[in-house]
Design a protein around this ligand. Structure first.
Ligand SMILES: [Zn+2]
Length: 374
């Protein structure tokens, strides 16, 4: 019999090839689709499951034996966006915030924001700032003629926060707006001459919205060479709230890291002084603030310490991965947290931190215990 007359056999399925394609696109799940995996993991995270419990649940209850901590690591950003969108999740990890608060009892408040990008972080920061103004109003029984001064150390993170703050202020109700104190924003540092993309003048535009007209808002730019610098400093010492991000010395996008390109002698001086990074755009080493006053600033770190001690101001430190390269600022973060253990070195009262960076402060998480790749 002529074999060609028989039924034509279909070509063998290109199984190997399609598996390779899938593998390139990401994980393959044994039982669920990727969307289902996202939903399951998201719900467990809302319930406060730890990473270890979550992986065990995926193995035992969901029949996903190939789910590993590596998958959790890679799903992280996707999950937080999904959670916020689908479940109106408020985006804060309260359990982790409470653990950090317990570990660092000198802090007045800790907010842990899920996700690693600056936009959702800025919204939580703005809410926290408005809450602080509210509690100040209550504590001081302030009337509408009161003045609330906010000091700014501006970088890209603070710029994003100021944009979110302008939008949050628009959203407060009209009656409250009429009884709000006058807000005066003070730029406190000359570091913005290094960071021309994010100088305080960049913030002003966010507050020029007509919807903010019922509020009385003023901006004071930083002018260290002005004959009235003494007055600038006196106003800065009178701030009710100081807002600052932190910078890692070895990140070229930080105030001091960028000196390596623009002013090598200054960078070298900081390096020899064992600068780890900056808070309030002023240099810090593992033994505390460095006495190199570079760049000019209306306040020094010892002023922040004094203001915190006297209870006259709150200082909020905003910790996110670098807005440019996405690297977490771990060296300076760990240094600042170690300094908090000694009340003489307390430089901030409120910590707002992304969850990813926070996992490096609590007991080593599952991420840090990942086995090395073979
Ligand atoms: Zn960077």
């Amino acid at each position: 019999m002529n074999p060609s007359s028989g039924p034509i056999e279909p070509p063998p399925p290109k199984r190997r090839q399609s598996q390779r394609t899938l593998a390139r696109k990401g994980a393959r799940w044994d039982t669920h689709t990727h969307a289902e995996i996202l939903e399951i993991v998201a719900k467990l995270l809302i319930e406060g499951k730890t990473n270890r419990e979550l992986v065990a649940h995926m193995h035992d209850a969901e029949n996903e034996p190939s789910f590993t901590p590596h998958h959790l690591y890679h799903l992280e950003q996707e999950i937080w966006s999904y959670l916020t969108f689908k479940f109106s999740f408020d985006g804060r990890d309260r359990a982790m915030g409470a653990s950090l608060q317990q570990a660092y009892p000198t802090l007045k408040a800790v907010v842990v924001v899920c996700g690693v990008t600056v936009a959702p972080f800025a919204i939580h920061a703005a809410t926290h700032i408005i809450d602080s103004i509210d509690s100040w109003l209550v504590a001081n029984r302030a009337d509408e003629r009161a003045v609330y001064r906010i000091g700014l150390y501006g970088g890209r993170t603070i710029k994003a926060i100021m944009q979110a703050l302008s939008e949050a202020l628009i959203a407060i109700d009209e009656d409250k707006k009429r009884h709000y104190p006058k807000l005066i924003f003070h730029a406190l540092s000359g570091a913005t001459s290094l960071h021309h993309i994010s100088g305080p003048s960049q913030y002003f535009a966010y507050f020029e919205n007509p919807l903010l007209a019922p509020l009385d808002i003023e901006f004071v730019d930083f002018a260290p060479l002005h004959p009235a610098f003494g007055a600038v400093r006196a106003q800065a010492l009178g701030c009710n709230l100081v807002l600052t991000s932190i910078g890692d010395f070895h990140d070229e996008h930080s105030v001091f890291g960028s000196l390596r390109l623009t002013n090598l002698p200054a960078w070298e001086e900081l390096r020899q002084a064992q600068c780890v990074g900056d808070l309030a755009q002023l240099p810090v080493s593992s033994s505390g603030p460095l006495s190199l006053h570079l760049p000019p600033s209306a306040l020094q770190l010892r002023d922040l310490r004094t203001m915190l001690k006297s209870g006259s101001a709150r200082v909020m430190a905003f910790v996110t991965p670098c807005c440019c390269c996405g690297q977490p600022k771990l060296a300076i973060l760990k240094t600042l947290m170690a300094l908090l253990q000694d009340s003489a070195h307390q430089l901030f009262s409120d910590l707002l931190i992304d969850r990813w960076s926070a996992t490096h402060l609590l007991r080593p998480t599952i991420y840090e215990r990942l086995p090395p790749r073979k």
